[in-house]
Design a protein around this ligand. Structure first.
Ligand SMILES: Nc1ncnc2c1ncn2[C@@H]1O[C@H](COP(=O)(O)OP(=O)(O)OP(=O)(O)O)[C@@H](O)[C@H]1O
Ligand SMILES: [Mg+2]
Length: 436
C-alpha cells in the first residue's frame, strides 16, 4: 500500500473516530438536556397547580381555567378528570416545529412523568392529571445536535480536502524526485526539477539540480578523458603498426627474397633450406599482416564497415570452418567515423570472445538503424558467460563499454540462459563528436 494511501487512510480513520466520539457525546448531552428541561417544566407545572389549588376553588369554572392555562404549553399536558375517569377538559401541547426522526426520539425520550392532583370540590370530586410530553424538547435538541454534527462533518471533510491537497502536492514532488533519480541512475544527467513552491521542497529540488549539474560536468569530463585515452591508444597502436610494418615487414621481405633466391640454388641442400626458410617467412608475414590489421582498424574501414566485417568473418571462418557466420548490416547507415570505428571494434572483440571463450556453432552479427541510434548486435550460441572468468585482467568487454560510453551510447552484455552471449550497443549518431 502506498505511503500516501496509508497516511490519508489513517487521517480519515481518525476523523471518523472523532466524529463518532463527538456524535456520541452530543447524544448523551442532548439526552440529559431533554430530560432536565422536561423535568423542570413538569415540576413547575405541578407547583403552579398546587399553588392555585391552595386558594379557594369553589367552582368547576376555575378548574377549567387552570387547565386552560396549560394550552399551548411545550412540555406538560393538563387534564381535568371526574370521579368516573372521564376527561372533562384537556390542554393541548404547542405545535412542534419539525419532529425528530423516530430513532432519535427513541434514544432521547426520558422516562414519562405523570401526576394526579385530587380536588375536593363540594359535589364535584375530580383530579387534575399532569403528563409530560418530551416531543417538543426532543425536536429542539435534534435540531441543535444535527446542526452541531453537520458542522463537525463539514470540518472533517474540509480537513480531509486540505490534507489531501497538501499530500498530493508533496507526493507529486516526491514522484518527480523519484523519476529524476531513476533518470540519473540511467545516466541521464540533463534532468532538472522545478524549484518553485514550498521552501522545503524547493531546497530539495535545488540540491537535486546541483547534483545533476555536477554529475553532468563529471560525465562530460570523463567522456573527454576517455576520448583522449582512445586517441592516445590509437596513436600508439598506429605507431606500433608503423614500426612493425616498416622495420619488421621490410626485413621479412628481404629474408623472403633471399630465401627465394636460395631456393633456386643449384645445391639441393641450400635449395631445400631456402624453401623452408621462405615458407616460414611467408607464415610469419601472414601473421604480421593479421596483427597489423588488428592494430589499424582504420585501414580495415577503408572500404566501409560492411567490407571490414566481411573481412573479419573471412578471417575467423578460415580458422573455424565449423562455425556458421551470419551478418545483416543495413545499407546506408549514417554513422560518423568514431561510431563506425566503435561498431567495428565491438564486432571484432565479440567475435574473438565468442570463438575464444565459447564453443559456438553459429554467430550472428546485425547492425541496423534504430529510433535513438544505430544498434550493433553480436550473438553467439557458445554456452554463455562463465562468471568466474569475469574480472580484472579482462579488458575486452570493459574496453567496448568505455568506448560506447565515450560516445554517449548504451552497452549491454546478456547471458542467454547458458545458451550463448548477446553483446548489444546503441551508438548515437553524434556528428559533433567527429571534431572533438
Ligand atoms: N562470447 C562469450 N562466450 C563465453 N564467455 C565470454 C564471451 N565473451 C566474454 N566471455 C567471458 O567474459 C570474460 C571477459 O571477456 P573480456 O573480453 O573482457 O576479456 P578476455 O577476452 O578474457 O580478455 P581480453 O579481451 O582482455 O583479451 C572472458 O574471459 C570470458 O570468460
Ligand atoms: Mg576478450
Amino acid at each position: 500500500m502506498s505511503l500516501q494511501v496509508r497516511v490519508l487512510g489513517s487521517i480519515a480513520a481518525l476523523l471518523v473516530l472523532a466524529l463518532l466520539c463527538g456524535g456520541t457525546l452530543l447524544l448523551l448531552h442532548a439526552r440529559s438536556v431533554a430530560e432536565l428541561e422536561v423535568h423542570t417544566a413538569f415540576r413547575g407545572a405541578e407547583r403552579s397547580i398546587r399553588d392555585t389549588l391552595q386558594g379557594n376553588v369553589e367552582h368547576t369554572v376555575t378548574l377549567r381555567q387552570v387547565v386552560a392555562s396549560f394550552e399551548g404549553q411545550r412540555h406538560v399536558r393538563a387534564a381535568l378528570v371526574n370521579e368516573k375517569g372521564k376527561v372533562i377538559v384537556q390542554s393541548r401541547i404547542g405545535l412542534q416545529k419539525s419532529p425528530a426522526p423516530r430513532w432519535f426520539e427513541n434514544l432521547m425520550t426520558p422516562p414519562p412523568m405523570a401526576s394526579r392532583i385530587p380536588i375536593n370540590l363540594p359535589g364535584f370530586p375530580c383530579v387534575v392529571v399532569l403528563t409530560s410530553d418530551p416531543g417538543n424538547e426532543i425536536a429542539e435538541v435534534w435540531e441543535n445536535a444535527r446542526n452541531a454534527f453537520l458542522t463537525m462533518l463539514a470540518f472533517c471533510v474540509a480537513t480531509m480536502a486540505v490534507v489531501s491537497l497538501a499530500f498530493a502536492y508533496a507526493f507529486g514532488f516526491l514522484r518527480r524526485f523519484q523519476a529524476g533519480l531513476r533518470d540519473v541512475a540511467q545516466g541521464r544527467y540533463d534532468v532538472r526539477l522545478d524549484t518553485k513552491g514550498a521552501p522545503e521542497l524547493a531546497a530539495l529540488a535545488h540540491g537535486f539540480n546541483h547534483m545533476t549539474e555536477q554529475l553532468a560536468a563529471f560525465s562530460d569530463s570523463n567522456q573527454r578523458l576517455e576520448r583522449q585515452i582512445q586517441n592516445l591508444q590509437e596513436e600508439e597502436r598506429a605507431g606500433i603498426a608503423r614500426d612493425l610494418h616498416d622495420e619488421v615487414g621490410s626485413y621479412l621481405f628481404a629474408i623472403q627474397v633471399d630465401a627465394s633466391t636460395a631456393a633456386k640454388s643449384a645445391d639441393p641442400q641450400v635449395r631445400e633450406l631456402g624453401g623452408t626458410i621462405r615458407d616460414a617467412v611467408l607464415h610469419v608475414q601472414r601473421h604480421v599482416r593479421d596483427i597489423l590489421r588488428q592494430l589499424r582498424p582504420a585501414n580495415d574501414l577503408e572500404f566501409g564497415l560492411q567490407a571490414a566485417i566481411a573481412d573479419l568473418i573471412l578471417f575467423w571462418s578460415r580458422r573455424y570452418p565449423g562455425i556458421h557466420f551470419e551478418s545483416a548490416i543495413s545499407p546506408g547507415l549514417s554513422l560518423d567515423r568514431r561510431s563506425e570505428e566503435a561498431a567495428f571494434r565491438i564486432v571484432r572483440e565479440s567475435l574473438s570472445n565468442a570463438v575464444r571463450h565459447g564453443e559456438p556453432r553459429a554467430i550472428r552479427i546485425a547492425i541496423f538503424d534504430q529510433a535513438d541510434g544505430v544498434e550493433v548486435c553480436v550473438e553467439d550460441d557458445g554456452g554463455g558467460l562463465k562468471q568466474s572468468d569475469m574480472g580484472l585482467g579482462h579488458m575486452g568487454l570493459a574496453g567496448m563499454e568505455n568506448r560506447v560510453r565515450a560516445l554517449k551510447g548504451r552497452f549491454t552484455v546478456e547471458n542467454l540462459q547458458g545458451q550463448g552471449v548477446r553483446v548489444r550497443a546503441v551508438l548515437p549518431r553524434m556528428r559533433a563528436l567527429e571534431d572533438a
